[in-house]
Ligand binder design. Structure first.
Ligand code: ADP
Length: 326
């Protein structure tokens, strides 16, 4: 069993609902195992600029239901350099922190991997991102809540869309990953999802129109993943105006509303299980792994695999959406 007496926990990069539940679980599981906990504020910034606070069991009371992160999060350019990471390492030594738990997305876990390699520190990561874009885990913390937020918003847009017989493009988050758009479309009965994974193999908008879209419907909703690969909802709307002027088009960009709100039961449970598993992993001498969940079982995913881009999209979801939108 590893000899870990004190851990640091931080949240980094984009925030996600459920991060607080994860901080709580990490803290409580550590203290249960007689490990001291230090909360590091503002991601890697807190290590470099010395914002580190001792955590007790009650430091994480009454936060499981709150969105955001009590540790705050930040993007830290100093940590991108070897000199910055040396300063972070020295802070850990000074504070007596033997191991780190990093909660964040692929950027944060990339940083964790480099720090662990350079300074031989045990680090365990938790996938905290609404995008569900990390490899080796079926779900990331925050994804389910964001999906539910999208569902509520799209349900409302549907009411107004059908009153006016309009075509709505609704832009959702996800960066290079179409899961929010695809499952958002399934959950709301939308016509289609335009996702980055399909951009290079087909003209998704052209196909949608030529498949007789909107033929028997009084409104159409299409979810579009944000970002340069798809071009986002505005680009789609401009194309329709130019190429298919018969349609009355509108755009809604859901934006940061998708990051907020109280986490769903699924996210609270996922974050709690993963947070406790992070401490088990450290005690089990695991290092440089992300905690994942596959078929409802906790798994350890090497950082190198977790941060590899291009999580494969689930083809069943694409096919089901196509079948159900006739
Ligand atoms: P996310 O974790 O949500 O993907 P970012 O990509 O912004 O968010 O990464 C968060 C932070 O992780 C960055 O501000 C930086 O401090 C650290 N980080 C990201 N990529 C690297 C890298 N290649 N090397 C070192 N640190 C990194």
């Amino acid at each position: 069993m590893a000899n870990i007496k004190c851990i640091g926990v931080l949240t980094s990069g984009g925030d996600a609902p459920g991060m607080n539940a994860a901080i709580r679980a990490v803290t409580r599981a550590a203290i249960y195992n007689n490990i001291e906990v230090k909360g590091i504020m503002r991601g890697y910034r807190g290590l470099i600029f010395d914002e580190i606070v001792p955590f007790k069991t009650n430091s994480v009371s009454n936060i499981i239901q709150q969105g955001g992160t009590i540790l705050k999060t930040a993007r830290c350019k100093e940590f991108m350099t070897a000199e910055g990471r040396q300063v972070a390492f020295e802070a850990m030594q000074r504070e007596g922190i033997d191991a780190l738990v990093v909660i964040g997305g692929d950027g944060s876990l990339t940083g964790a991997r480099i720090l662990a390699q350079e300074h031989n520190i045990p680090i365990v990561g938790l996938p905290g991102t609404i995008d569900n874009d990390l490899n080796g885990t079926d779900m990331t913390i925050g994804y389910d809540t964001a999906l539910n937020t999208i569902m509520d918003a799209v349900d409302k847009i549907r009411d107004t869309a059908s009153s006016h017989e309009r075509l709505f493009f609704i832009e959702v988050m996800g960066r290079e990953c179409g899961y929010l758009a695809l499952n958002g479309a399934l959950a709301t009965g939308a016509e289609a999802a335009i996702i980055p994974e399909r951009v290079f193999e087909s003209d998704q908008l052209g196909e949608l129109i030529s498949n007789g879209f909107r033929k028997s419907k009084n409104s159409s909703l299409v979810l579009v993943t944000e970002g340069d690969i798809t071009g986002g909802a505005m680009t789609m709307a401009e194309r329709v105006k130019k190429e298919y002027p018969q349609y009355d088009v509108r755009v809604t960009i859901l934006g940061h509303v998708q990051r907020g709100g109280s986490p769903t039961a699924a996210d609270r449970i996922l974050a709690s299980r993963m947070g406790a598993a992070a401490i088990d992993a450290l005690l089990d001498d695991q290092r440089n792994v992300m905690i994942g969940i596959q078929n409802d079982k906790i798994v350890y995913v090497p950082f190198s695999k977790a941060i590899k881009k291009n999580k494969p999209v689930n083809e069943d979801l694409i096919n089901t959406l196509k079948v159900l939108s006739i």
